[in-house]
Design a protein. Structure first.
Lengths: 156, 64
């Protein structure tokens, strides 16, 4: 089913500096057209109400997610063995460690309005490296494909 | 990467057809919704319709 077991170690959220909180645009000011690109480690946070979301309903949704965590063991070595153990080439060749509990975040209008659990924990992220295939121009050329690195040879 | 469309709202009936989601085993999810200017990340949610239900509740929290 999930034959490719490649995984990357990533955290959902980069570390946030203590000076991350900055006042956002006031309600009286029309939203500027410029997109918000947070500086590294300084993603703005805001209350749900400020971004047009009902806090209690948002909390209910998060509670639903927490209650619907993957019921399998958090020990990913066991989980991988239980899931793929009967397939060929099932030996784990990389580091594996227990995962966090369910966690996540909600971004509205580009700013974080909710965050719960260990979002900064580095966990395995399955399938993040899967390929989606490649297409070539109809004339058969591969002009937009990066050429292979030339290997220098002596005397030529 | 495993980016999925929401064609005919079949995968995720409670969210717009224009939304997309990255889905990986576990499950790890990145949901992108331009109509609501919303991005939702959730890790280790169970399979089945839990994701659709969760996202539907998130959208219900948006004041209309």
């Amino acid at each position: 089913l999930f034959g490719a077991l490649f995984a990357c170690w990533i955290a959902v959220d980069p570390p946030v500096a203590s000076s991350a909180q900055q006042p956002r645009k006031s309600a009286a000011t029309p939203a500027p057209a410029a997109a918000y690109f947070p500086p590294r480690g300084e993603w703005q946070q805001q209350t749900p109400d400020a971004e047009g979301m009902d806090r209690s309903k948002l909390d209910q949704a998060i509670a639903y997610a927490v209650a619907n965590e993957n019921p399998a063991t958090k020990d990913l070595a066991l989980d991988i063995a239980a899931t793929f153990g009967r397939e060929p080439f099932d030996t784990v060749i990389g580091p594996v460690r227990p995962r966090a509990a369910l966690n996540g975040l909600v971004i509205r209008h580009g700013v974080i309005v909710a965050e719960w659990g260990e979002t900064r924990r580095v966990d395995m992220t399955f399938s993040v490296t899967k390929r989606i295939g490649r297409s070539y121009p109809s004339d058969g050329s591969r002009s937009h494909v990066r050429p292979a690195r030339r290997i220098p040879t002596t005397g030529s | 990467m495993n980016w999925f469309l929401n064609t005919a709202r079949k995968p995720l009936p409670h969210v717009p057809e224009t939304a997309v989601a990255f889905e990986g085993n576990g499950r790890n999810i990145i949901y992108v919704d331009w109509e609501h200017d919303l991005v939702v990340v959730v890790r280790w949610i169970r399979g089945g319709d839990a994701l659709d239900t969760f996202l539907g509740q998130i959208l219900a929290a948006i004041a209309t």
